[in-house]
Design a protein around this ligand. Structure first.
Ligand code: NAP
Length: 265
């Protein structure tokens, strides 16, 4: 039996790639798209792949309650993602969330709700498998090289900074790195923000430019040496194997999982 999926943000850059992937996967069934403006019509026609017999809903709750739905894939905006997750969990629909911008407090609250309702959920700040490996390698390196800076680079339409991936990388590094404030103790910023945002004493820098997709490098420095670990997503299809994996895995979960790394073997 195929897994029935609704995509919120279905006409967006990520959402439309997710619709194409789901439509092509014979183990998945695309039921409907949710959009902030569109209602009715055919999602396939709107995103340029021809009719696929699935409409847009303006209202998420309506999309999830009028159809038989197993999984909600959310690729929308930081402003609505938490509400979307709450609605889905309350209706017994498992959320797979790529939208970034949820705070640690939001994640804690959603974790509690998903456990109370016994509904599986996945939040993945980065669905690219290569980015997960970049984070794992960075955590390994941080055990031995504790001076580190993260530079994340994204397209200029991104709303949140630093990226969810940068925060997740910082958390993983923070778990193993010997905590200390880097740089000269008397370092002074001549321009505010020149040294970036600090997480447990090490900086994160966010670059936003047209032409970029999603890129991150983690730079380590030691006596007489440096190490750079870098990942580049050059287009949004790079995220789809991760979305596909998460849709399948969420069907077997009973609480919230944060990070694709937790579901990769
Ligand atoms: P995008 O092209 O702007 O798409 C967002 C879509 O969400 C738009 O179509 C927007 O429609 C729709 N939307 C906004 N409010 C909505 C609502 N209340 N209900 C339903 N749909 C709504 O952005 P994107 O590049 O696809 O990115 C989407 C999210 O995914 C962002 O948070 C981004 O950071 C994240 N992201 C995650 C990963 C990952 O691997 N986890 C990778 C890339 C991006 P309107 O324009 O009509 O409002």
């Amino acid at each position: 039996m195929s897994i029935k999926v609704v995509v919120a943000g279905a006409k967006g850059k990520m959402g439309s790639e997710a619709v194409k992937m789901i439509h092509q996967d014979e183990n998945l069934a695309f039921v409907a798209g949710v959009d902030s403006k569109l209602s009715g019509g055919d999602v396939g026609e709107t995103i340029g792949i021809g009719p696929i017999g699935a409409p847009f809903y303006h209202d998420l709750e309506q999309a999830l309650s009028e159809n038989e739905v197993d999984v909600l894939v959310d690729l929308t905006t930081p402003a609505v993602v938490k509400e979307h997750m709450i609605t889905a969990i309350q209706l017994g629909v498992r959320p797979v969330v790529g939208t970034t911008g949820l705070s640690p407090e939001d994640i804690e609250e959603l974790d509690k709700l998903s456990k109370e309702r016994n509904v599986g959920a996945i939040i993945a700040p980065n669905f690219a498998i290569g980015a997960i490996l970049m984070m794992k390698f960075a955590q390994q390196a941080a055990k031995y090289m504790s001076d580190v800076e993260i530079i994340e680079m994204h397209h200029d339409q991104k709303l949140d900074a630093p990226s969810g991936t940068a925060i997740k990388t910082a958390e993983l590094i923070g778990e193993v790195r010997e905590e200390h404030k880097q740089g000269h103790p008397e370092e002074k910023e001549e321009l505010d923000g020149a040294r970036g945002a600090f997480y447990q004493g090490f900086p994160i820098h966010s670059v936003r430019l047209p032409g970029l997709v999603a890129h991150q490098q983690v730079m380590f420095g030691g006596e007489g040496q440096s190490l750079t670990i870098r990942h580049d997503s050059i287009n949004r299809t790079s995220f789809m194997p991760g979305v596909q994996l998460a849709i399948n895995k969420v069907m077997t979960l009973h609480g919230l999982v944060y990070g694709l790394d937790k579901i990769m073997d």
